[in-house]
Design a protein around this ligand. Sequence first.
Ligand code: GUN
Length: 285
Amino acid sequence: MTAQLIDGTAIAAEFKAEIRGQVEEMLARGLRRPGLAVIMVGDNPASAVYVRNKRKACAESGLLSVAHDLPYSTTQGELVQLIESLNRDAAIDGILVQLPLPQHIEQSLIIEKIDPTKDVDGFHPFNVGRLALRVPLIRPCTPYGVTKLIEHVGISPKGRHCVVVGASNIVGRPMALELLLMGGTVTVCHRFTGDLEPYVMSADILVVAVGRPGIVRGEWVKPGSVVIDVGMNRAADGKLVGDVDFDGARKRAGWITPVPGGVGPMTVAMLMKNTLEASAGRVHA
Ligand code: GUN
């Protein structure tokens, strides 16, 4: 058996085209263009690539992108001041602070300064809490994008064993909440789990978000399962690889996401969707 590929690039392009159409309708009605402020502090090379992709996607989706590239030496107080001014800015619907932040800035404090209605990353405790309570408002982009990929292959997590490997705030934890919301029976594996093999072997839907190439071996994958690889690692030869042994897993899974071209583009597309929806809930002068 060879798994079918889940083409995240193509599915994300459909979302961006749909968003662009909706933005054009808004402009035709005399409303302003939805605006996303993208803040980057310092010059982490991986963050610079992600931020460039987000700004490019804004252009493709018809959204206004406002860049705030700040030096590494920016203080916590200066960043808070910028966020407070963007919270008040009527042209800005979404505020994204690229993570990680420099060590001298407290990440959770910054996230909590963002107006929850402009928190298009969905990281504010208000938005995480809404998802946990089954009344999601703005949803974290990567897990939200993964739900769209799973819907696309037409497999419902309802009653199925969904295994999430990785328990980060950005992916693993909100991913478990999304799968629970979809009716899945959810297991979360993390650094203290020990042997991953028996968990992976019983997963009908497997989502891996660790950041370690090959942490999931191909021969562990349950035949016919859906494998979603959130990992993005740079191999020794410079190629981008995921966390799952792709060649091995592909022989057993029913569906699998490639890296690159799987989850990554969907994360960005969901950021566009969140920004459009945040804008729809605001007054448009
Ligand atoms: N760093 C890694 N992933 C993300 C993300 O989804 N959003 C932000 N803001 N920073 C990140």
